[in-house]
Design a protein around this ligand. Structure first.
Ligand SMILES: Cc1cc2nc3c(=O)[nH]c(=O)nc-3n(C[C@H](O)[C@H](O)[C@H](O)COP(=O)(O)OP(=O)(O)OC[C@H]3O[C@@H](n4cnc5c(N)ncnc54)[C@H](O)[C@@H]3O)c2cc1C
Length: 427
C-alpha cells in the first residue's frame, strides 16, 4: 500500500451535501483545500443517494439560501438548457417553501468542474479512519484501495453525515435508540397512469397489506397520502427502512439489503396486482441506502424544538434554516409541522456547529447539534449546504487570521458568505 503525505490549510471530511459547498467556499478564498470522500462523486445524499430535491432556496417571501449552492444549481440548469424557475411566479400549495429538483449526473459533474476550477484537491474512494491533533495541526489518515493518505491540516470540517471525525476524536455525540427511518431511492417507470383508479388501487393495496403481501414501510406514507401517490412517483422516496444506521459498513450493508428487498416486494406486487402496471420496469436505483439521522455532534449549543419553531434570533446565527419539520417514524409514517407564520425564519447558530470542547474543528450538515425534533427541520439540503458555506468561510478566515475557527466572529463569517452571494441574515 502506497503512503501519500499531503499538507493543506483546510480538510473537509465528506464531500456530500454540506461538504462540497464547504470545500468550494474555502478554496475560493484561495486556501489549499482538500476533500476526502468515501464515495465516487460530490453531493452525497443529494446526488449519489438519489434524493435530488434540495429544499428550500426560497420561502414565499424571498430568497433564504443562495450563494454557492444557488450558483451550482443555476449552472446545472444552464447546462441542461433549462430556465431557472422564477420564484415570484411559483405557487406553493402544500408547504411555505419552494421545492427544486436537480439532474444528478449534471449537478455532480458541474460541482466537480467548479471544484477543480477552484483548485480543490479531490480524493474519492477514501475513508477517514484516524484523526489526531499534532500541536496546532490535525493529522488525518484516510484509507482507499492501495492508498494510505496522511493529511496535515490546520482546520478540519466534519461533513460526514455521521460525525465520523468527531467520534474518531472521542468528542461527545448524540445518538437515540428511536431514530427516523432511512430509505433506498429507486424509480419504477412504465406505469400506465390512465388505467389507475385511485379508489381501486387503494383497495388492492389495503387488501395486500392485510394479507401480509406487503410490509409496513414498503409504502411509507399511508397516513398522509393515498397509495396512488406511490404509483405517481414510481415509488421514488416512498419507502422506509426502520432505524437505518449507515454509520458503519455493517449497518450500511443491512440497510442496503432491506431497502432492495422492499423494492423487489413492491415491484412484484405492482406487476402482479395493479392494473396498468403489467409493463412497469425498475429504471433507476441508488447504489446505497440512506439514513435520516445517526450520530449528531454535541455542540457548544443544542438547537431546541422551541428555538426552531419560534425562529429564535441567535446573535451568532450563521445561516438561515428555513423548512418545516419533516418527522418520519415507524408508528406514524410521516408527520409535518409548520411554523405558526410563514414569515418566521429560523437560524443556525455558530455554536451548534462547534463540537463541544473542541478547537479548529467545525461540523456541517445533518450532524448539526440539534434535538431530534429540531433536526427534522434543520437537516434540509439547502440548509445543509448553507451551513457548509458558512463553515468553509469560518475555516478560511481562521487560517488567514491564524486563529482557531471557533474564535472567528459570526458576523465576519456571514459577511464573507455574503461576498460569495449568500443571503444576508435578517435582524
Ligand atoms: C430518504 C431521505 C429523504 C430526504 N428528502 C429530502 C428532501 O426531499 N429535500 C431535502 O432538502 N432534504 C431531504 N432529506 C434530508 C437531506 O437530504 C440530508 O439531511 C442531507 O443531504 C444531509 O447532508 P450531509 O452533508 O449532512 O450528508 P451527506 O449528503 O450524506 O454527505 C455525507 C458524505 O460524507 C461521506 N462520508 C461519510 N463518512 C465518511 C468518511 N469516514 N470518510 C470520508 N467520507 C465520508 C459520504 O460518502 C457522503 O458523501 C432527505 C434525507 C433522506 C435520508
Amino acid at each position: 500500500m502506497k503512503t501519500i503525505r499531503e499538507t493543506v490549510d483546510v480538510l473537509v471530511a465528506g464531500g456530500g451535501t454540506a461538504g462540497h459547498v464547504a470545500a468550494l467556499q474555502a478554496a475560493r478564498e484561495g486556501l489549499r483545500t482538500a476533500v476526502i470522500e468515501a464515495g465516487s462523486m460530490l453531493g452525497g445524499t443529494m446526488t449519489a443517494g438519489g434524493v435530488a430535491m434540495p429544499n428550500h432556496f426560497f420561502s414565499r417571501h424571498g430568497p433564504v439560501v443562495q450563494g454557492i449552492p444557488w450558483q451550482l444549481y443555476c449552472q446545472s440548469k444552464e447546462v441542461q438548457g433549462l430556465p431557472v424557475p422564477d420564484w415570484t411566479k411559483r405557487r406553493p400549495v402544500e408547504t411555505p417553501g419552494y421545492y427544486s429538483y436537480i439532474n444528478v449526473p449534471v449537478y455532480a459533474a458541474v460541482a466537480e468542474e467548479a471544484a477543480l476550477k477552484a483548485g480543490l484537491w479531490l480524493h474519492y474512494h477514501e475513508f477517514i479512519s484516524e484523526v489526531q491533533a499534532q500541536g496546532d495541526f490535525w493529522e488525518v489518515t484516510s484509507l482507499g484501495r492501495g492508498t494510505r493518505r496522511i493529511t496535515t491540516a490546520r482546520e478540519l470540517i466534519d461533513c460526514t453525515g455521521d460525525s465520523d471525525v468527531v467520534r474518531a476524536l472521542g468528542l461527545p455525540v448524540m445518538y437515540d435508540d428511536i431514530r427516523q427511518p432511512g430509505s433506498l431511492q429507486y424509480k419504477i417507470e412504465g406505469i400506465e397512469h390512465e388505467e389507475i383508479w385511485e379508489k381501486e388501487v387503494q383497495a388492492i393495496y389495503e387488501e395486500a397489506v392485510a394479507a401480509g403481501l406487503i410490509e409496513k414501510g414498503d409504502f411509507a406514507y399511508p397516513n398522509i397520502l393515498p397509495f396512488k401517490e406511490f404509483l405517481d412517483r414510481g415509488g421514488h422516496n416512498c419507502s422506509h427502512i426502520y432505524e437505518a444506521d449507515t454509520s458503519s459498513s455493517e449497518g450500511q450493508t443491512k440497510a442496503n439489503i432491506e431497502g432492495r428487498s422492499r423494492m423487489l416486494r413492491m415491484f412484484r406486487f405492482l406487476r402482479s396486482s395493479i392494473p396498468g402496471c403489467e409493463r412497469a420496469a425498475i429504471k433507476t436505483m441508488a447504489p446505497f441506502a440512506l439514513a435520516r439521522e445517526t450520530y449528531r455532534t454535541l455542540g457548544e449549543y443544542v438547537i431546541s424544538k422551541k428555538d426552531f419553531l419560534e425562529a429564535r434570533d441567535f446573535p451568532d446565527g450563521v445561516c438561515n434554516a428555513f423548512n418545516y419539520v419533516d418527522m418520519h417514524s415507524r408508528e406514524q409514517g410521516c408527520e409535518l409541522t409548520f411554523h405558526s407564520e410563514d414569515t418566521l425564519l429560523p437560524l443556525v447558530p455558530f455554536r451548534a456547529l462547534i463540537p463541544k470542547g473542541s478547537s479548529r474543528l467545525t461540523v456541517a450538515g445533518r450532524i448539526v447539534s440539534a434535538e431530534r425534533f429540531a433536526l427534522a427541520g434543520v437537516r434540509a439540503q439547502c440548509t445543509c449546504m448553507a451551513m457548509g458555506q458558512a463553515m468553509g468561510a469560518a475555516a478560511a478566515l481562521a487560517v488567514k487570521k491564524k486563529l482557531p475557527s471557533r474564535d472567528i466572529p459570526s458576523l465576519d463569517i456571514v459577511a464573507l458568505t455574503v461576498e460569495h452571494g449568500a443571503v444576508p441574515l435578517q435582524g
